[in-house]
Structure formats: C-alpha cells, structure tokens
Design a protein around this ligand. Structure first.
Ligand code: ADP
Ligand code: MG
Length: 305
C-alpha cells in the first residue's frame, strides 16, 4: 500500500468549516480569528518508551492527540487543529485502522481537525503530533505568573497512570491509555488563573517549573493530594510517590487567588479541582503533614536519565 493510499484511507476524514484547506496539498491553510494569538505545541510518542508496546492502537491514537490538547489547555487556549507525523516500521492495516479511529475519536470529542502531516517508514514506531490553538491576544496563562498567597490547585486525580503502568490490567489502566485533556477547565481559567502547567512528568516536578518560572515557593499539604480510592490500600509514602513523581496524569495544576477560585467554582467546571497548598515567598517546594514539614525525596520523570 502506497503512502498516498494510507493518507487517503486513514487520515483524510472530512474537515469542518474552520479549516480553509486541509490534508492533500503542500500545506494546510487556516484563517486566524481576529486579535487572537496562535498557540502551538508538539509532543512525540515513541513505542515502548512513552507507551507500552502492547497498548491497543486505538488508545495510542487517542493519547497522541490528548497529550497535545493538554498542553494547549494549559495555556488556557482553545484547541483548533493538529498535524500528524507518523513513522511506521511496516504497513499494518489493522493497526492503522484502529489508530486512526482512536485519533479521530479524540479530535471529534474536542472539536479539533487533522489538517496535515507526514507519513514515513522507520524501524521504530514514532508518532509526533503538533497541535494548534488560538487565544485572545495577551490572555494566555503561562508558568510565570504565580503570586505569593495564591492557592495551588490541581484538577482530577494524580498518580493513577503511574500506578496503572506498574499494574497493567488494573481498571486504572484506562487513565494511562486514555488521558482526558482538561480543555474545558483550561478555557474557564482564562483571566482567572495566575499560572498554569499540565502535569505530564509528575506533579512535584511540574509544579517546580511554575515555581522556578514565577520565582516563588509553595507549601503543599500531602493529605490534600487528590489520590484515587483505588490507591488507598498502599502505604502513604507509596501513594505520595505515585501522586507526586508519577507521570502521564495530564491534569492541570494552576495557581489562583481565592476570589478567582470562587468565581471558577461558580462556573461549575466539569472536573473536580482540589486546593493542595499555597504559594510562598521562600523559593522552595515544601511538603507538610498535620501542619509540620514532611520532607520527601522524589524526582519526576527524567527524559534523559
Ligand atoms: P509533501 O511531499 O508535499 O510534503 P506529502 O506527500 O508528505 O506532501 O503529504 C501529502 C498530503 O498529505 C499533505 O497535505 C500532508 O499534510 C498530508 N499528510 C501526510 N501524511 C499525513 C498523515 N499521517 N496525517 C494527515 N495528513 C497527512
Ligand atoms: Mg511530506
């Protein structure tokens, strides 16, 4: 099967009116909405490294889109379209059909179009997705705006995916294979959150990026961490390790003042949000239990470890 037939069969579904020219020409064409900034990111998934080799191709398709939409959400932007660079070791039509259906399922759920890409042969299955979004000029929520006294808040639950990776077959594997990008929450936080990041490499490390960019510290209450009941049989330290140092959560961690947090709750986000601590002047990340310092030594996922 030729490259062009693969594209035609699996990656050329009809696009909506938001795209001027999609798959099939040398480049795609979009008309940016007036007074908006383009928001762009790319994430690559390598088989065996970013997902277990036996992950169902449908899940791989979903996840390759979801992880990018999570980055767009973390800027408080609205996702618009994606490009897909696919490197395949061989042409396996069954794999392609399932992968494409998972990819489009995520695209359709979040109103995103696949507008182009590249298809190549390579010994290693690699999927690289570029996502595009838009946001009103100057409204993006970056990592650098956290202020002393702001609340530190995280969406959903953390540690599920890291736990699932070590317990394949457990029901929580759904959270590893089909992460939920918090697109709606991200949009609600525009104009409300002072800083934001999506949690992909472990909450402690990712919150650390906010602290560094904002030149502040934080106090986190270990007992407030939103950990699923499925993990409650584990020793506390083990639970905290999954929650703080596990990867692949794709939740949003943001800082926000109390007044804006109340406004957020009035907007009734479609996911729970939990206050886990507060931004401090001292530029350290401190963990507390029962009001006392509780030192932990965890690291997030290291790409080049
Ligand atoms: P070119 O040789 O001009 O780079 P290609 O032959 O690589 O063009 O691709 C032809 C068209 O198909 C382009 O519009 C490209 O964006 C699109 N395309 C290629 N691979 C994919 C893919 N995996 N998913 C979606 N679109 C793709
Ligand atoms: Mg090309």
């Amino acid at each position: 099967m030729a490259e062009f037939s693969i594209i035609e069969r699996y990656f050329n579904r009809k696009q909506n009116a938001a795209v001027d020219l999609g798959v099939g020409d040398d480049s795609a064409l979009l008309t940016p909405p007036p007074n908006q900034q383009l928001v762009i990111c790319v994430d690559t998934l390598i088989a065996g490294r970013h997902f277990p080799l036996d992950t169902p191709p449908h899940a791989v398709g979903w996840k390759s889109v979801a992880v990018n939409l999570s980055d767009i959400a973390a800027m408080a932007a609205k996702p618009h379209s994606i490009l897909l660079a696919l490197s395949l070791p061989n042409i396996d039509e069954e794999w392609l059909a399932e992968f494409s259906s998972g990819l489009y399922e995520c695209c359709e759920k979040y109103g995103v179009n696949l507008i182009g890409g590249d298809t190549t042969q390579s010994p290693h299955l690699t999927i690289s997705v570029t996502a595009l979004g838009f946001i009103e000029q100057g409204k993006a929520v970056t990592r650098s705006g956290a202020k002393v006294g702001d609340l530190v808040v995280v969406s959903g639950s953390v540690g599920d995916a890291a736990f699932a990776l070590e317990h394949l077959g457990h029901p929580l594997q759904q959270r590893l294979d089909y992460p939920t990008p918090r697109c709606e929450l991200g949009l609600l936080l525009k104009g409300l959150a002072s800083s934001m990041i999506d949690v992909s490499d472990g909450l402690a490390q990712d919150l650390g990026h906010i602290l560094e960019a904002s030149q502040v510290g934080a106090k986190i209450d270990l007992e407030k961490l939103p950990i699923k009941p499925e993990l409650s049989h584990l020793p506390e330290n083990q639970q905290w390790k999954y929650a703080l140092a596990g990867g692949d959560d794709y939740e949003l961690c943001f800082t926000i003042n109390m007044q804006n947090y109340e406004k957020l709750l009035q907007l009734q986000p479609n996911v729970t949000t939990t206050i886990i601590g507060q931004i401090t002047q001292a530029q350290h990340l401190v963990f507390e239990k029962d009001g006392l310092d509780h030192p932990l030594q965890f690291q997030g996922y290291q790409h080049f470890a």
